[in-house]
Design a protein around this ligand. Sequence first.
Ligand code: D38
Ligand code: CA
Ligand code: ZN
Length: 339
Amino acid sequence: DKSEPITSRGMDIFGNLLTFNSTLNKETGARYLFDNTRANGVHTFHAQRMPEFSFLLLNALLGFTGFEVTTSSSFFYDPAAVSAHVNAGKVYDYYKRVFNRDSLDNNGMKLISTVHVGEKWNNAGWNGKQMIYGDGDGQLMISTSGGMDVIGHEMTHGVITHTADLIYEGESGALNESLADIMGSFIENKTGDDLWLLGEDIYTPNIPGDGLRDMKDPGSVPLSGYTETGYYPDHYNDRYLGEKDNGGVHINSSINNKAAHLITEGGTHYGVTVNGIGKQKAEKIFYRTLTHYLTASSNFSDMRQAAVQAARDLYPDRNGEPSVEVQAVMAAYDAVGVH
Ligand SMILES: CC(C)[C@H](Cc1cn(Cc2ccc(C(=O)O)cc2)nn1)C(=O)N[C@@H](CCCCN)C(=O)O
Ligand SMILES: [Ca+2]
Ligand SMILES: [Zn+2]
């Protein structure tokens, strides 16, 4: 047929000049942000800044994914789209390389991203079928598709949808959110404390070092985004019990995020000391927990048991004693008050 794969170039939102897979229409010479070298395609669209609500409605009713991002040269001039396109490919590669998972459904499903959703929308999301990205207002956020952890977060919602499918409210919803934060951060794979910040590359461009959420020190971030007073909780006894945010799915996620930090790096939290086991082991434990043990209605206590079992599968007891990996999981959940 008339289209063929071709590499193109373009700048991402940080001004990096990137080379990536795209598709050429041989008849018209037009190029599209369709990478058909991964799974059944990594396809990136734009929504022309239509209201988020309208986009979601058209997508739900008609399967509308936006307008094709196209160019008549070998260069794409939409940085937000280039960032979304390249980062989606990287997230696909991570799941394939680390877990041998072929796309979000492990069956090669097409990865669809749409950028410029909403008018200066300070957010990004997974609508159950695809990733959507706002441009931000330029003060609180810039194009959210520029955040590798953000894209990892949204695409992990897709993995969750096709595995445990954790109900998006209450404790199961907080686990859904936490696993998206954990995998998003591991995929972005920064060093030091930045590993544990969410959205730091696209949040408050004029303020360095802050993020939307902090997995190492959740309580350092105020709940301003939810018009709630207080700070993100780092212990089960401080969990949010209100109705907002589907029962605090983006709030109580910080309790499990802190457990993940302790399992990985170790530390003493509310007097409980955890010996960390590192990212390579932690990511295997969380992936196995998600894909083998969690169900749609799993709560925090179920999460603890599931993570202990996954750790035991991967790092069995030795002479009747739990391995150091299993001990780290147990101690981390003790430290955040989940039994
Ligand atoms: C970048 C992305 C990781 C994003 C982070 C995020 C953005 N927001 C909104 C928001 C808006 C303003 C502030 C503020 O400080 O004033 C903070 C947060 N809340 N969370 C996020 O977490 N988005 C939600 C979007 C959910 C959309 C509703 N279903 C998600 O993907 O779970
Ligand atoms: Ca980050
Ligand atoms: Zn989320």
